[in-house]
Design a protein around this ligand. Structure first.
Ligand SMILES: [Zn+2]
Length: 159
């Protein structure tokens, strides 16, 4: 999946010296279900990892990273696809422009956690609680600008 914030994301120990032959990803864990932009209509498409089916998250060691486990179903047009790799995914559906780095989330549950965090609501016990360490400094620094955009988005999708 195309990372909206590119190289600014924290890397997980890869120093670029060739010490590791594995591709590094933005997060050590990704959810089993990712909300992406439909390649056809730009609407909300669900990317479901079928290798890790039944698990909420896919860890570093999962075989799924090396396979093409995603089944894509658009919720807004007839687009369907199967056998897509993580790198083959388009980009996150939930993206927000604020005054700093683009804020993005894997899916609406992840977004809800970030939103609560920015609103100073406790995320203790939230299934995505561990992702709070990946919340960018910019998102916190300029949180009012992101909160506004997220609220517009939530209102739109609840029509
Ligand atoms: Zn579509």
């Amino acid at each position: 999946m195309k990372n909206p914030t590119g190289t600014k994301l924290r890397k997980t120990g890869f120093d670029g010296s060739g010490g590791s032959t594995h591709i590094r990803y933005d997060h050590k864990r990704r959810p089993n279900l990712i909300h992406i932009k439909c390649p056809k209509c730009g609407g909300l498409a669900l990317a479901q990892d079928q290798v890790s089916e039944g698990n909420e998250f896919v860890g570093d060691l999962s075989q799924s990273w090396y396979e093409s486990p995603f089944k894509i179903t658009c919720t807004e047009c007839p687009y369907r696809n199967e056998g897509v790799s993580y790198d083959g995914l388009t980009e996150p559906y939930h993206q927000f422009k604020g005054r700093g780095d683009i804020l993005w989330a894997y899916n609406s549950t992840h977004l809800e956690m970030i939103y609560k965090y920015l609103k100073n609501v406790s995320v203790k016990g939230h299934p995505y609680e561990f992702y709070q360490t990946y919340i960018h400094g910019d998102w916190i620094k300029y949180k009012e600008t992101y909160i506004k955009e997220i609220e517009k988005h939530l209102f739109k999708t609840r029509k």
